[in-house]
Write a protein that binds this ligand. Structure first.
Ligand code: NAP
Length: 542
């Protein structure tokens, strides 16, 4: 490949982000023989698992060892997870081990925030702006994270507050102690619900400012017994096959086939016995072991909601607090949450709950949070207010494509893309876990591997054919947008305001941004590649 005559450093591929996805992309592309450099603004590797170091942070989704890379049998067999739901420090150690084992650090530049990226049509190259340096690359892989642009709501008067303001997704590097402190927490999503019980164990007082109540199911985290880990290792091939095999075509929802039983074939007593059993077992099994109708049928979903509301009333001693904790959305249409004693935390003397729907925040004062009912004095404010999810980190990068068009212009109305991997007008720029992928509703490390493999195969295809640029057509993007929307419309997801739909960010365009195909999505993108990359346009190499 001819390199441009320039003294600017040049790589075949630049990876933006050194988290779970970025590090795998670096590894895989480097193994193909490409020159690759990864950049990350953080002082260390880990992405999400570096930034989200709040108390209580741990994997809640598919428990270890399924939350990890799957491509290396050796890695699977040599890493010993200690709990069913690994803690944030353990995941970070695992990622350190991965980086060391595959000698990744020599190609990762940390403390380097990528300020922008601009495509030059004449040279078929991207210029990546690192602030005090520019680098060139033929391919840019955006592994910028689906949940990494923190949402910091502009609360009036926040700069007047004399205490400390922390965000769960941007946790400070110095140790934080809540000992003897009055702590305010805004936000009751996964992060808030993991953090609140832990903070309450330390703090003098915790005031939770809740805008929307949430359903949460016991995490039932426990030590992983050696026999369980041994069984996974011994049957690894079959376990991995299970992770990538799509459910049968008749499944109501490919991302969640359910327990294979129809709720309508069972009596109300049988259904309640199942909910009780799932609650007792906890974990995300409450979703995946539930009836296939859970996320598509209002009647069944309402029954599950009523079951969970009953649990809240059982656990929370004060009936008034329990009522404030009653969610009003369809269960599972916001990201399901697992907890360790969340509802019971409200039985503690040092925890109080403010319902922002009836008592909204007016402003921050020097000493605390002023709601319409009065001032709540605090020393520390924890924002567990989530992220500008899925599209936010790409928009923060805001690359400039053909004809000087910026991504925020292309994405003003909708996050147009094809296969969730590429955007028309932005040749050779690939996304991992971008809008339109199953990303946040699949196994994220495995999803990153599979998306990277697709990207790598595309690069290989281009090289073998003497192509210098690839991008999707606008028509292909249109059909992909429709497919994502059509799949979502078969479910209850779009009926709820959530970060899946962009509703958590003021002014953000509302579109359900996740492809609900689960493993079938990966088969689909593979078929598109195998059949000659329908929907993509290739340009000869200059
Ligand atoms: P989130 O689910 O978006 O929750 C944010 C919370 O902040 C919500 O309760 C939201 O209320 C509230 N909020 C936002 N802006 C507000 C405002 N201006 N005033 C008052 N309240 C406000 O964010 P998250 O908890 O950080 O979780 C995001 C995602 O990250 C999760 O869904 C999950 O996918 C992932 N995550 C995973 C893990 C894990 O696996 N271990 C842990 C944490 C997070 P509304 O509901 O009314 O918008």
């Amino acid at each position: 490949m001819t390199k441009p005559a320039s003294c600017t450093p040049h790589f075949d591929a630049i990876v933006i982000g050194a988290g779970v996805s970025g590090m795998y992309a670096l590894h895989h592309l480097r193994e193909m023989g490409l020159s690759v450099r990864a950049y990350d603004g953080a002082p260390r590797i880990g992405g999400t698992w570096w930034h989200n170091r709040y108390p209580g942070a741990r994997v809640d989704g598919p428990s270890a060892p399924l939350y990890g890379y799957t491509f290396s049998d050796e890695l699977v067999k040599e890493w010993t997870w200690t709990e069913t739901q690994s803690s944030q420090p353990e995941v970070l150690s695992y990622l350190d081990h991965f980086a060391d084992k595959f000698d990744l650090r020599r190609d990762i530049q940390l403390d380097t925030w990528v300020q922008g990226a601009c495509y030059d049509e004449a040279t078929q190259r991207w210029t990546v702006d690192l602030g005090d340096e520019r680098v060139l690359a033929e391919f840019v892989i955006c592994a910028v994270g689906a949940l990494s642009a923190p949402n910091k709501p502009p609360i009036p008067g926040i700069d007047d507050f004399e205490g400390r303001v922390l965000h769960t997704g941007d946790w400070p590097t110095d140790p934080v102690s809540f000992e003897g402190k009055r702590v305010g927490v805004i936000g009751t999503g996964s992060s808030g619900i993991q953090a609140i019980p832990e903070i309450a164990k330390q703090a003098a007082h915790v005031t939770v400012f809740q805008r929307s109540a949430q359903y949460t199911v016991p995490a039932r985290n426990r030590p992983l017994v050696p026999e369980e880990l041994a069984a996974v290792r011994e049957n690894w091939e079959a376990v991995r096959t299970g992770m990538v095999t799509p459910p049968p075509p008749e499944a109501l929802l490919p991302m969640m086939p359910g327990n294979g039983r129809s709720a309508f074939d069972e009596t109300s007593e049988q259904r309640h016995a199942l909910y009780e059993e799932l609650w007792t077992n906890g974990t995300l099994g409450f979703v995946y072991g539930n009836y296939a109708e859970l996320l598509v049928n209002e009647e069944i979903n309402r029954e599950v909601c009523a079951f969970l509301q009953g649990k809240i009333r059982e656990i929370v001693d004060d009936p008034e607090t329990a009522e404030k904790l009653m969610p009003d959305h369809f269960y599972g249409t916001k990201r399901p949450i697992l907890d360790d004693g969340y509802y019971a935390t409200y039985n503690r003397d040092n925890v109080s709950l403010v319902d922002l729907r009836s008592d909204p925040i007016e402003r921050m004062t020097a000493k605390g949070v002023q709601t319409s009912s009065g001032e709540h004095a605090i020393d520390v404010l924890v924002l567990a207010t989530g992220f500008d999810a899925i599209s936010g980190s790409m928009l923060r990068l805001n690359p400039v494509g053909r004809d000087g068009v910026r991504l925020d212009e292309r994405w003003k109305e909708q996050f147009h893309n094809y296969l969730g991997l590429m955007v028309s007008g932005f040749p050779n720029l690939f996304m991992i876990h971008g809008p339109g992928t199953p990303g946040v509703l699949y196994l994220m490390p495995l999803g990153a591997e599979l998306e990277t493999e697709w990207i790598a195969n595309c690069v290989e295809h281009m090289r073998s054919q003497g192509k210098g640029a690839v991008e999707p057509t606008v028509e292909a993007e249109g059909s992909w947008d429709s497919e994502v929307t059509e799949l979502a419309n078969r479910t209850l997801f779009p009926k709820t305001d959530s970060w899946y739909t962009g509703a958590n960010i003021e002014g953000k365009s509302r579109h359900f941004a996740v492809h609900l195909g689960g493993p079938a999505y990966f088969e689909r993108i593979r078929q598109i590649a195998d059949s000659g990359y329908a929907g993509f346009v290739f340009e000869d190499e200059f």
